[in-house]
Structures are given as structure tokens and as C-alpha cells.
Design a protein around this ligand. Structure first.
Ligand code: NAP
Ligand code: GLV
Length: 306
């Protein structure tokens, strides 16, 4: 078996070592132009040339959950594209989002600023019933995040394309449920895949429907959010602020207003990182399953976009 590794911005050697350990006897190499045809590809944002040359693949494994970059390429027809299916990401996402929600709800930034000035001052306790959290996207990550938030007794809403039932979470679905979901939400969390339907979904017309004092947490993709609409709604006082982990251009350009806005917290696309060992183990299990003709989880539907 030959496995070709083609991952932009990724240190290759530990992946090669891990994949070779998982498949003794397999040839596992970093792709270069003109390389021999491989059976399986392990990729992150590969060039079009990779797809054009590697015409005999039996499976393409994306080393992230989101496949938006991959689906911009012309892919070999009929070859399964498999994304990471949790692989240790959902617990990271749950801790990141719960931290951001609680930091906002408990006004911890304010306490930190007070402490920096040696001030011992209390704020009036806020009621969690006044801070309903709405999670857009109830897939592998969104469901785990929703359940984790519900454990802190926040009212939790969720929105997905197809109807769901999750204990402790009021579920909405489809276009028909979107406005009611927004109207019931004060803290909005985005965990949607980036597709033509979800591009720019957080814009003036939608964010203005959040409850007054709304707060935005974007941990999905930068293109879900219209940056200037967010800033205008924060500056007008309708929204209280935002925590943003993903951006239209990454790294976030030095001159971007998000860096210095006092009500926006920026992190460098780190809310749920790919964990190499767990990912290699998952990919190895799935290659073995595909070899045996068995079904695997996380197969992308290119027509749906995720
Ligand atoms: P997933 O399991 O595919 O879940 C996607 C969810 O979004 C599903 O519930 C799906 O609805 C819903 N959805 C898709 N299109 C929709 C639409 N048009 N309207 C309403 N709901 C829609 O994906 P995941 O593994 O949870 O990952 C979600 C995204 O997180 C990834 O695509 C990636 O971009 C991002 N991510 C970010 C980081 C980071 O570090 N910041 C890390 C990992 C992933 P159905 O359930 O009805 O299909
Ligand atoms: C990270 O953003 C991923 O899609 O895994």
C-alpha cells in the first residue's frame, strides 16, 4: 500500500512515522510533483496539482474537521473524502466555548481589569436565564458543546439543517426555524461547516435579531461572519462583544480592527487543534475499514459541502 502525505503548514516527519508504524510494509511518503500513484492520501489544503496527478486514490483523508478548502479543488470523481470525526477535537471545543461563555457571563474581564488596579469591587450577579446560548451546527462538535453548556444550567438552543433531539437543548432546524432560534439566543456560537448556504450567515440582518446585549463566539470559519457588521453592531450597543478564533484571512492581518477592539477577544485558530496521535489512529482504522469494504464515519458529501 502507498500513502501520500500532502499537508500544507504541517511538520511531516511525525505524521510519516505514525502512519508507517500503523501500516508496517506500507510506503508512506511526502508528495512531490510526479510522485508514484498512491492508494490513500492524507491531506490538508493540498494543491490542485496533487489531485490532478493522484488519479488512483481509494480514499482522501483530511487532517481537519472542515473540508471547505479541500472542496474548492477538482477532486477525482467517486473517491471518498473523509474528514476527521472528533479525534479529540470535541472536548477541546467544549472547553473553549464554555470558557468564552463563562468569561463573558461572569464578567471576568472586568474583574481582571479591577484587579490590575488593586480594586476589590463586586458586580451584581447576573442570572443565567438571561443568557440563553444558541449553537449553530449540531454536528460532532456542536452537539458536544451544547451538552457541555447545558451542564452549567444555561438555557441552550441549537440549530441544524435537519431536525435533532438532544437532552437539555431546545433544537431548531432549517430555514423555518432560523428566526425563532436567533430570537431566543443571546450568546451565539457558530459551529457550522463553511458552505454556500452558511457563508456570511452572521451579518447585520441576522445578528440584529439576537437578543439585546448579544455576544458572538465564532469557532467555525472566518467567512461565516461579516466583520464590519459585527463591529457596527457592537459599537451601536446592540451586541456586547465577541470571541473570535477564526478569520477571513489567517493569520489575522496586523492592521485588522479586531486586534484592538476593546470588546473583541481574538485567538489564533486554536479552539480545537488536530491531535496527531488520535488522528493517525482514526485514519489508520478507517483505511483498514475501507480496505475491507466496510463503511466509515465522516465521509463528506461534496454536493452538500460537508
Ligand atoms: P459536522 O459534524 O459536519 O456538523 C455540522 C453541523 O452543521 C450539522 O449539525 C449540520 O446539520 C449543520 N449544518 C450544515 N449546514 C447547515 C445549514 N445550511 N443550516 C443549518 N445547519 C447546518 O461538523 P463538525 O465536526 O461539528 O465541525 C464543524 C465545523 O467546525 C467544521 O466544518 C470546521 O469548519 C470547524 N472547526 C473549527 C475548528 C477550530 O479550531 N476553530 C476545529 C475544528 C472544526 P445536520 O446535522 O442536519 O447535517
Ligand atoms: C480546523 O479548523 C478544522 O477544520 O479541523
Amino acid at each position: 500500500m502507498r500513502i501520500s502525505f500532502c499537508c500544507t503548514d504541517t511538520k511531516a516527519q511525525p505524521w510519516l512515522d505514525g502512519l508507517r508504524a500503523a501500516f508496517s510494509g506500507a510506503e508512506v511518503e511526502v508528495w512531490s510533483a510526479g510522485a508514484l500513484p498512491a492508494d490513500y492520501a492524507v491531506v490538508w489544503a493540498p494543491p490542485q496539482q496533487f489531485m490532478d496527478e493522484q488519479t488512483q486514490l481509494k480514499g482522501i483523508f483530511n487532517i481537519g474537521a472542515g473540508v471547505d478548502a479541500l472542496l474548492t479543488l477538482r477532486l477525482p470523481p467517486g473517491v471518498p473524502v473523509v474528514r476527521l470525526d472528533d479525534a479529540g477535537m470535541s472536548v477541546q471545543m467544549a472547553e473553549y466555548v464554555c470558557h468564552a461563555v463563562i468569561r463573558h457571563f461572569r464578567e471576568l474581564d472586568g474583574y481582571e481589569a479591577d484587579a490590575a488596579q488593586g480594586k476589590w469591587s463586586y458586580r451584581k450577579p447576573r442570572l443565567r436565564q438571561d443568557f440563553p446560548v444558541g449553537v449553530m451546527g449540531l454536528g460532532v462538535l456542536g452537539e458536544r458543546v451544547s451538552r457541555a453548556l447545558a451542564q452549567f444550567d444555561f438555557p441552550v438552543m441549537g440549530w441544524s439543517r435537519t431536525a435533532k433531539s438532544i437532552p437539555g437543548v431546545q433544537c431548531f432546524s432549517g430555514d423555518a426555524g432560523f428566526n425563532d432560534f436567533l430570537a431566543a439566543t443571546r450568546i451565539l456560537v457558530c459551529l457550522l461547516p463553511l458552505t454556500p448556504d452558511t457563508d456570511n450567515i452572521m451579518r447585520q440582518g441576522t445578528l440584529a435579531r439576537l437578543q439585546p446585549g448579544g455576544y458572538v463566539i465564532n469557532v467555525a470559519r472566518g467567512s461565516h461572519l461579516v466583520d464590519e457588521d459585527l463591529i457596527a453592531l457592537i459599537d451601536s450597543g446592540h451586541l456586547a462583544g465577541a470571541t473570535l478564533d477564526v478569520f477571513r484571512t489567517e493569520p489575522l492581518p496586523a492592521a485588522h480592527p479586531f486586534w484592538t477592539h476593546p470588546k473583541i477577544t481574538v485567538t489564533p485558530h486554536t479552539s480545537a487543534r488536530t491531535l496527531r496521535e488520535e488522528s493517525i489512529a482514526q485514519i489508520a482504522r478507517k483505511i483498514t475499514a475501507l480496505q475491507r469494504g466496510e463503511p466509515v464515519a465522516g465521509v463528506v458529501d461534496p454536493a452538500r459541502g460537508y
